[in-house]
Design a protein around this ligand. Sequence first.
Ligand code: PGA
Length: 244
Amino acid sequence: MAGNWKMNKTSSETSEYFAEFRPLVADTEDREIVICPPFTALDAAVKGALGTRIAIGAQNVARAKAGAYTSEVSGSMLRATGATYTLVGHSECRKHFGETDEVVLPRTIAALESDLTPIICVGESPEDRASGQTEMVLTRQFAKGIGPLTPAQFGRVVIAYEPVWAIGTGKTATPEVITEAHRIIRREARSRFGDEAAEALRILYGGSVNPGNAKTLMAQPEIDGLLVGNASLDPQSFAAIVKA
Ligand code: PGA
């Protein structure tokens, strides 16, 4: 159960969040929780999660290890904060900052080389869906961003299916739509990496998840977890989703 805070919360707001959130999820030891704050709040989040099983993740990772890459943050810098996950290829990075499928792969490899678990985001745009291109888009995103990984690398990634039309819109995808997309992703995983790797792969759903729909979503056998944006900003609402 992962929370993506996007560009929200200062470090002091992060500390306040964890003080409230920790006791709310104290009895959820059977599930993994990841929170991805902005870079500037990673330290506060790691401190806030100390002594719990809550993991902390970044929202992106540089391709390069170090050097002249103004504005980028490397995997080893992230790992040094205590973060253990990072998002890669989020649709907002694709939309606003020109990220492409070609960039997703080196970022994913950079994360793995720094011992961070990448949560690789894929998903079709509203236009893709309207024109019946969803399967083709998911297949392409898998082939370019994930397929070239080695089997050992693939065994360490998490994939999040986030249809762009469902992100921040209040239009949650139906369980049928999500199941179909997750099956396409798992089918691609099977054909490239084999049955065992495909079954072990965790596929999260993201897009307007809230405490009201989380239970129905988690009841779908194809949905292994949720990636939550807006509703993860409030400790009470994210705790309710984690418990769903
Ligand atoms: P949302 O965002 O839950 O606010 O729709 C999800 C995401 O962007 O990861």
